[in-house]
Design a protein around this ligand. Structure first.
Ligand SMILES: NC(=O)c1ccc[n+]([C@@H]2O[C@H](COP(=O)([O-])OP(=O)(O)OC[C@H]3O[C@@H](n4cnc5c(N)ncnc54)[C@H](OP(=O)(O)O)[C@@H]3O)[C@@H](O)[C@H]2O)c1
Length: 160
C-alpha cells in the first residue's frame, strides 16, 4: 500500500522557505509512530529541510534529478524508482513535499492528513485534492494541543 502523509493548513499551505510553519507535538508523534519501521519517500528539498539527516528506524529514499548521494539515505531519480526501492514493505509512505505529493496523488491508496485548522502564509501548498475519489475512514479532532493553541485533526482517507 502507498500512503501519503502530510499536515495541511486550512488555506492549503504546507511549508515556507523550506521548513514547516507550525510545531504540533502530537503531530510529530503521530508521524513518528505511523511511519516508523516503514520506508519513507521524499523530495530532495524535504530531505534538506530535515537538515539532510535521515529519519531513524526508517528506510529513507530521496528523489532528485541530480547525481548526488545522501548520507544515510537511498537516492532515486524518479518516483517510480523510489517506489520500486521500497517494495516489499506492506506500507510505503510518501512524505512530501509539494512536488512529490503532486506526482503521488494518482497512485496513492491512502492519505493521512493532519488538518491544521487555521491559515498560514507560506510559499508551498498541497495540490488540489479531488475528494470525490476518496472516502474518509477516520477522523480525530482536537481543540488544541499540549503546546499548540489552535484546533487540528487527524484524518485518514482511503482511495475509492
Ligand atoms: N506539511 C507537511 O506535511 C510537509 C511535508 C513535507 C514537506 N513539507 C514542506 O514542503 C516544502 C518542500 O516541498 P517542495 O515541493 O518545494 O520540494 P520537494 O517535493 O520536497 O522536493 C523537490 C525536489 O525533488 C526532486 N524531484 C521532484 N520530482 C522529481 C522527479 N519526478 N524526478 C526526480 N526528482 C524529482 C527535485 O530535486 P532536485 O532539484 O535535486 O533534482 C526537486 O527539486 C518545504 O517547505 C517543506 O517544509 C511540508
Amino acid at each position: 500500500m502507498i500512503s501519503i502523509i502530510v499536515a495541511i493548513a486550512q488555506n492549503g499551505t504546507i511549508g515556507d522557505k523550506n521548513s514547516l510553519l507550525w510545531h504540533i507535538k502530537e503531530d510529530m508523534r503521530f508521524f513518528r509512530t505511523t511511519t516508523s519501521g516503514h520506508p519513507v519517500i521524499m523530495g530532495r528539498k524535504t530531505f534538506e529541510s530535515l537538515g539532510s539527516k535521515p529519519l531513524p528506524k526508517r528506510k529513507n529514499i530521496v528523489i532528485t534529478r541530480s547525481d548526488v548521494e545522501f548520507e544515510g539515505a537511498f537516492t532515486a531519480h524518479s518516483l517510480e524508482e523510489a517506489i520500486s526501492m521500497a517494495e516489499g514493505d506492506e506500507e510505503i509512505f510518501i512524505m512530501g513535499g509539494a512536488q512529490i505529493y503532486a506526482q503521488s496523488l494518482d497512485i496513492a491508496d491512502r492519505m493521512y492528513i493532519t488538518r491544521v485548522e487555521r491559515d498560514y502564509e507560506g510559499d508551498t501548498s498541497f495540490p488540489e485534492i479531488d475528494y470525490s475519489k476518496w472516502t474518509l475512514v477516520k477522523e480525530e479532532c482536537f481543540e488544541r494541543g499540549e503546546e499548540y493553541e489552535s484546533p487540528f485533526a487527524f484524518l485518514v482517507y482511503d482511495k475509492k
